[in-house]
Design a protein around this ligand. Structure first.
Ligand SMILES: [Zn+2]
Ligand SMILES: [Zn+2]
Length: 346
């Protein structure tokens, strides 16, 4: 079969590789669409500690079941499925309490098992028992279903922060994750949703999700004042840091209302992850810092339902829908900041 193989940083290649076998208890799916994620970009640029090349990455997968392994009876041939990468152990302290996203033995498709930038992907039985394989609701395209994965993490983090009716929400970072935050905050009933970004192009892309305000961040930090002003001098009650910039985390403290919740959603580069945060602001303003990554199976289902009911406009995210062979175009567009979500069709 045809696959896009990661060889070394900044080098991927279309290759002919053996067709994977359908594992007993698992599935063999024909991949119809696979999103290119921010973490795929990091792997592409600098490798990944859990990825040993040559390796097939790609973990935002939607496809059709072509073969069903012995003993597997949840899905049948021809079913349309969305597959997200986390595979939980089902046994640890967190899993036993249903807090799957904190599983201490979490493994991932596209890391421990080959990923979805290929014509076919084998889904191991573990992923069906304690993972995220969900039927695609009728009416959703494969491309729309493929991008339910990042939306799942966003939904989990806003659940953790209990975003709701009276909240004034600032999202720092207008990439696809930031835009998912905008739509999710809306769906949860937030009173005001604002987006901050340093790039005009990205703010323009975020405009299609109708935030109440788009604010350009400036080196003089005047955007912090702007947010305070837009929230009747109170500051925002929820701030989502959805970009890999330490300064954004520091600014989040200064934009926050008393009692505000700050979701640290974007990971920071390894050598920049120690950030000086003014602990007195956290202390005296009663702020809550919430670290968030990953999600539980229910969040993927909620994501698919938000997409299918039009509360998340999945098709609006997909600026580049390309055959797998043209992967480089997608990567270049992301690097140039002119793409929101890139989806490949193997
Ligand atoms: Zn992803
Ligand atoms: Zn576990």
């Amino acid at each position: 079969m045809k696959a896009l193989v990661f060889l070394e940083p900044e080098k991927m290649e279309i290759r002919d590789v053996p067709l994977p076998k359908c594992p007993p208890g698992g599935l063999l799916i024909e991949v119809k669409a696979c999103g290119f994620c921010g973490s795929d970009m990091r792997t592409y640029k600098s490798g990944h500690r859990r990825v040993t090349p040559p390796w097939i990455i790609g973990h935002e997968v939607a496809g059709v079941v072509r073969e069903v392994g012995d003993g597997q009876n949840r899905f049948k041939e021809g079913d349309r499925v969305a597959v997200s990468p986390p595979v939980y152990c089902g046994k640890c302290w967190y899993c036993r309490r249903g807090i799957f996203y904190l599983c201490i033995n979490q493994r991932e498709l596209a890391q421990h098992w080959p990923g979805g930038f290929a014509e076919f992907q084998a889904i191991p039985p573990e992923a069906l028992a304690f993972g995220n394989v969900a039927s695609i609701p009728e009416g959703l395209s494969f491309e729309e279903a493929a991008i339910s994965e990042p939306a799942g993490s966003v939904i989990n983090s806003q659940e953790m922060a209990d975003v709701g009716l009276e909240d004034t929400v600032v999202v720092i970072g207008a990439g696809p994750i930031g835009c998912f935050h905008v739509e999710t905050a809306r769906a949860r009933g937030s009173a005001l949703v604002m987006v901050v970004d340093v790039l005009e192009e990205r703010l323009e892309l975020a405009r299609r999700f109708n935030p109440d305000h788009l604010v350009k961040s400036k080196p003089d930090s005047s955007h912090v004042e702007k947010i305070i002003e837009l929230t009747n001098d109170m500051g925002a009650s929820v701030i989502v840091v959805a970009c890999p910039a330490p300064e954004a985390q520091q600014e989040a403290l200064r934009m926050a209302a008393k009692g505000g919740r700050i979701i640290l959603f974007g990971g920071l580069p390894k050598d920049k992850s120690e950030v000086a945060l003014d602990a007195n602001i956290i202390h005296y303003e009663g702020l809550h810092l919430i670290g968030a990554t990953s999600f539980s199976p229910k969040h993927q289902e909620i994501a698919l339902s938000l997409i299918s009911s039009g509360r998340i406009h999945a098709s609006e995210y997909i600026t580049h829908d390309l055959p797998l062979e043209r992967f480089q175009e997608g990567i270049d567009a992301l690097l140039a900041g002119t793409a929101l979500k890139v989806v490949f069709r193997p």
